[in-house]
Design a protein around this ligand. Sequence first.
Ligand code: SAH
Length: 405
Amino acid sequence: MEKRTVQTTDKTFAGITLKKGKEQSVRRYHPWVFSGAIGSVRGNPREGDTVEVFASDDTYLATGHWSPGSIAVRIFSFARCNPDIAFFRKKLSDAFSYRVNTGIAGNDDSNAWRLVHGEGDGLPGLIVDIYGSVAVLQAHTAGFWHIREMIAGLLPEVTGGLVKSVYDKSEGTLPFMAKLNPANGYIAGESGESAAVITENGFKFRVDWEKGQKTGFFIDQRDSRSLLRQYSKGRNVLNMFGYTGGFSVYAMSNAALVHTVDSSAAATAMADENVRLNFGDDPRHKSFSTDAFSFLAGMKSDYDLLVLDPPAFAKHQTALNQALQGYRRLNAIAIQKIKPGGILFTFSCSQVVSRDDFRRSVFVAAANTGRNVRILHQTGQPADHPVNIYHPESEYLKGLVLYIE
Ligand code: SAH
C-alpha cells in the first residue's frame, strides 16, 4: 500500500470532489467511488480518463479511472501520481513479484495462473491470465482499454521474458455504454495460436482463449480441484457445470467413475478431450451435454461425490434473492440424492452473494432434507486471485465441502 503522502505532479487531471461525510471509505482504501458520493466534478472527464478524488475540504485522496455509472471512479493509487508507463511498470512488477514469492509463477507443475486480479492487485478493471507464454488480457473499463497496448508491451519485460505474446479479449467485458468497439486479437508479440495445452498440478488441459469462457479456463478453481483428488478415490463422481472437465480430470486419477454435465456441447467435447489427454480412452468417464437441473431431477442416487460449480446466479444486487433461491434449490436436490457417506463440493462465484449468504442457503437446503451434514472445508480463491483486505467485494468465490450421512 502506497503511503498517502502528497507528491506534486506536473500533470493536471480532472477532479472529483466528494460530498461532505462521504470520504470515509476512500480514506480506508476502498477502491470504488460510487456516483452518489460525488459532490462536484471539475474538468469534464471522458469515460476512461484519469481523475483525482478530493475530500469536501479539497484534501487529495486518490487517483483512478473515470467511468460514468454506479461505480464512477476505480482507484489505482492513494498517493498523488502521474499514471505513466513507469507507474504501471511498477504495479505490474509488484503483481509478478507477489506471484513469484507465493510460488505461483515459475512453477513447473502449473503454468496457467493469474498475473493481475483487478482490485486484488490494486488495478481495478484489469485482468491478465497467463497460459504458458501467452498472456490473455481483459479490460473491464475504458481506462484500461485505452492503455492496453502499453500494458501489453510491459508484460514480457516485467515477467522476465516469460510472457512472449499478449491476446486482448476485452470484447465481452467492456461496458456497453462506452461504445469502444473492441475486437479480440493479439496486441503484442507474435500473433499465434488460439489455444494451447497447459499443465495444472501435472494434469494437462487444452485451453482455448479465443472461443472459451472467461479467458479460457477457470484458473480460480485450481486449489479446490486439488482438494477434490483427496476425496475422489474409489468414488462415483458427478461433476455438474463441469465446463472443460477441470474437476473431472483430477477425479479420474483415482475415482471409480466420473460423469461430467454441462449445458454447452462445446464444453463437454473439450472435457472429453481433456480426459483423453491425460488418461486416453478410459471408459470410466462419460459426459452429458444437458441442463443441470433436469439431470439432477432425473438422476438416481448413484453418486457419492458431487461437484456443483454453477455460473454466477446473480451479477447484480437486484438479483440477490433469486440467486439465493437458486443455490437453495440446487443444493437441496444434491444433498437429498447423494449416497449416504457422500461428499459434496458446492460453490458460488457470485460477487454479490456473501460467504454468510451462501452458507445460509446451503444450510436451509440441508435442513429441508433432514440429513446429517458436516462441513469438512470452507474454501475460497487461490493466492493468484488475491482478496484486497480493503475491498471485501473481491472475495467472490466461496466453497463448502460437506460430508452427508
Ligand atoms: N467447474 C468448471 C467451471 C464451471 S463454469 C471448471 O473447473 O472449469 C460454469 C459452467 O456451467 C459453464 O461451463 C456453463 O456452460 C455451465 N452451465 C451454465 N448453465 C448451465 C445449466 N443450466 N446446466 C448445465 N450447465 C450449465
